[in-house]
Design a protein around this ligand. Structure first.
Ligand SMILES: Cc1cc2nc3c(=O)[nH]c(=O)nc-3n(C[C@H](O)[C@H](O)[C@H](O)COP(=O)(O)OP(=O)(O)OC[C@H]3O[C@@H](n4cnc5c(N)ncnc54)[C@H](O)[C@@H]3O)c2cc1C
Length: 305
């Protein structure tokens, strides 16, 4: 496979990359999916909100997807990390950590996002078990519970009303200066939401379930769950190395069909959107696959004239 010209090399085998593979495989395109197997949601036991797969473990979702896709013979899966990509539209060379190389006409980056290391002591122990990032994904399981939101400033003023849809027992820890205006503080007060701006000393938990948040000023907040804002970076440095435009927040810039600023290079899923939902990533993977297939077919059609 390494020597033959592939139509598309998909870097990343999460929901976006796998759904793109399904569409491209059914369109009879020769593709490789290179995936190192470290998705952001690997810390969680159950993924929610994907119709027909509500509550499935992320690993099971991937296994089911691969089983379905493996009936299409032009798709190969490689468990490896892509470490370099050279060339341009029509002929890219991808090299992996284990020394394999592939030549492909198009590239699809479905590399997701990565969390920067968690700095609050005790947060890593509860992440994915009782501390989460998205209430649509995990709010139902924590409904009516005593929750702590760790966030600050304008984003906090988005998070607080949002999470109030799942519980009215919310305390806010800004873990340092709250970056709120007087009006915003007043608004939170009117909703009986307490705001603590002392730095978080530690999060105490038992078997992954948060019990209390301890602040440096001595305040102890008992709670059963946490929602926090993670600090994210693009899942791989390769898109930037290839010249793709990236936003300050680490998102790969694309048009509505996943086309990046570099010819022949596409991106889909969390790496190219702010939705951070499995079903949205899969849907974007499918849409982008259609765009890539269209481009490939038109190129072949024109060459054959
Ligand atoms: C704690 C947590 C819980 C979540 N729960 C839910 C939920 O309940 N419901 C929901 O809809 N969403 C949930 N999400 C969001 C969901 O995980 C993402 O939206 C989704 O996984 C994005 O899919 P993706 O294919 O874009 O990226 P990912 O699933 O992150 O997959 C990207 C893949 O690319 C690989 N990769 C990156 N670089 C390279 C490289 N150079 N070479 C090879 N492989 C590479 C990675 O290892 C990874 O396997 C959750 C997220 C987190 C963090």
């Amino acid at each position: 496979m390494g020597k033959q010209m592939l139509d598309v090399a998909i870097i990343g085998g999460g929901p976006a990359g796998l759904n793109a593979a399904l569409v491209l495989g059914r369109a009879r395109k020769k593709i490789v999916v290179i995936d190192e197997g470290s998705p952001r949601n690997m810390v969680t036991h159950a993924s929610h909100g994907f119709l027909t797969r509500d509550g499935v473990a992320p690993s099971e979702f991937r296994a089911l997807a691969k089983e379905e896709i493996s009936v299409y013979p032009s798709i190969a899966f490689i468990k490896d990390m892509a470490i370099s990509i050279e060339g341009s539209d029509g002929q890219f060379r991808i090299t992996t950590k284990h020394g394999e190389s592939f030549i492909s006409k198009k590239i699809l980056f479905a590399v997701g996002m990565k969390d920067r290391p968690l700095t609050i002591p005790g947060l890593a122990e509860v992440y994915g078990k009782s501390a989460f990032v998205c209430p649509y994904c995990d709010g139902w399981e924590l409904r009516d519970e005593q929750l702590v939101i760790i966030n600050k400033g304008a984003e906090l003023m988005h998070a607080a009303p949002l999470i109030s849809g799942w519980t009215n027992q919310v305390t806010i820890c800004t873990n340092g200066p709250d970056q709120l205006t007087d009006d915003e503080r007043k608004e939170l007060e009117q909703h009986q939401v307490s705001v603590f701006d002392s730095v978080i000393k530690q999060i105490d938990s038992n078997d992954g379930i948060v019990e209390q948040v301890v602040l440096e000023d001595g305040t102890v907040i008992a709670c059963r769950g946490i929602f926090f804002k993670p600090d994210l970076v693009t899942g791989s440095a390769l898109p930037q190395a290839l010249g793709c435009e990236i936003t300050e927040a680490g998102m790969i810039v694309t048009d509505d069909f996943g086309k990046t600023t570099i010819s022949g290079v596409y991106s889909a899923g969390d790496a190219a959107s702010k939705l951070y939902q499995t079903i949205a990533a899969a849907s974007m993977g499918a849409l982008t696959a259609v765009a890539i297939n269209n481009e490939l077919n038109i190129e072949t059609w024109k060459r054959a004239k």
